[in-house]
Design a protein around this ligand. Sequence first.
Ligand code: NDP
Length: 445
Amino acid sequence: MKILESVMERVIKRDPNEPEFHQAVKEVLESLEPVAEKNPEWVKAGIFDRIVEPERQISFRVSWVDDNGNVQVNRGYRIQFNSAIGPYKGGIRLHPSVNASILKFLGFEQILKNSLTGLPMGGGKGGSDFDPKGKSDGEVMRFCQSFMTELERHIGENTDVPAGDMGTGAREIGYMYGQYRRLRNDFTGVLTGKGLTWGGSLARTEATGYGLCYFMDEALKAKGKSFKGATVVISGSGNVAIYATEKVHQLGGKVVALSDSNGYIYDPEGIKLETVKKIKEVERKRISEYIKYHPNAKYTEGCSDIWTIKCDIALPCATQNDIDENSANMLVKNGCYAVGEGANMPSTPEAIDVFIKNKVIFAPSKAANAGGVATSALEMSQNSMRYSWTFEEVDAKLKDIMVNIYKAASTAAKEYGYEDNLVVGANIAGFLKVADAMYAQGITY
Ligand code: NDP
């Protein structure tokens, strides 16, 4: 029996109803088997059993009053997963699908992702099953204030520094920060993704999408390819998708499709990003509106068929388990040679197998989308220094970090006998630093 199989069995036994969490842990443990063989002292110190159990998991009631005067009740969470190498860091997801399994999968991935950036951040994640879609600004504000009224006692600039994620953009971070400041009477860098006039960092908005493209550019270069002239399909039309599109266009590629949870648009002439920004960032409307401005484009209801569009490079930037085995086979059949995960865990394990078997350049989320959290760490540094870097300075640091993550993942893959397998490489490279810190600090948590 493999050393880490029993760890996985205990994870499932302890929380049998957490499929997303199991999926994330299984993938990581499978790639860490050679690390366990090489480091029996880590097995003995329970590092593998400890890293899959959150240090702390908080769940709380969030009550607020809607515009009709009715009381609404949501559930809030914060998963403080691992603080061996720095304060907990990870986003707040506001989406009706949010539950403990999804946040634990995200928090667990965040440990290794944050470690990969080379910056001192532990892993955490939080959120609520609140759906900001269709709510007025007043309703969102009252929810965020209520959410922060509880969260405030668990976070701090040296303890836990939350950020945005799905459903939590600049507006929500603003409302949450305002409430934190009021409760604590303290102006401090306790959240990232803040507005530029109150401690935010230039290039944070662009960071995840841009970082994904910097990572992919490096991975493509290693195989003699580039974005130049490439046709690209991107799922989602939120923060990550929009800025990935912008960078692909800057690097000479052409994005022909984007989606939201209702359907997708296909514009063979290339997506006009200004229109998407207007629809999504300003008007907060559906992506289907795009065809009103560009009648040559086509809108299709439903999401999964987006992966039947012929492309060279696919960048899933919407949500988890967006590409299944069928979609992966379709992409390969149509000549797609590179997949970069902008969203967290957007490919199912079966889809990843298809990509690896077919020698598709496959960039897993914990490496490829680390640009967002890396820039959040740069925001924290600027807050501590009470100083702001220019857009160009932050962007240059982001690019450096993404290139280094690529190097760390590809080198680890090669060292452990899995050349070109960035899934294994990213898991190992991210894990080594955290395991070393946990071992050095003794059996505490
Ligand atoms: P946003 O909320 O800005 O956008 C999410 C996009 O995905 C929306 O277009 C949304 O459509 C779409 N979407 C959601 N569910 C589905 C679905 N089931 N099928 C198809 N489309 C769907 O989120 P972000 O762009 O910030 O995040 C996207 C992903 O990237 C998430 O996995 C997130 O965890 C990850 N990520 C984000 C980072 C960041 O800095 N923002 C950092 C690292 C990772 P609709 O509007 O209809 O809901």
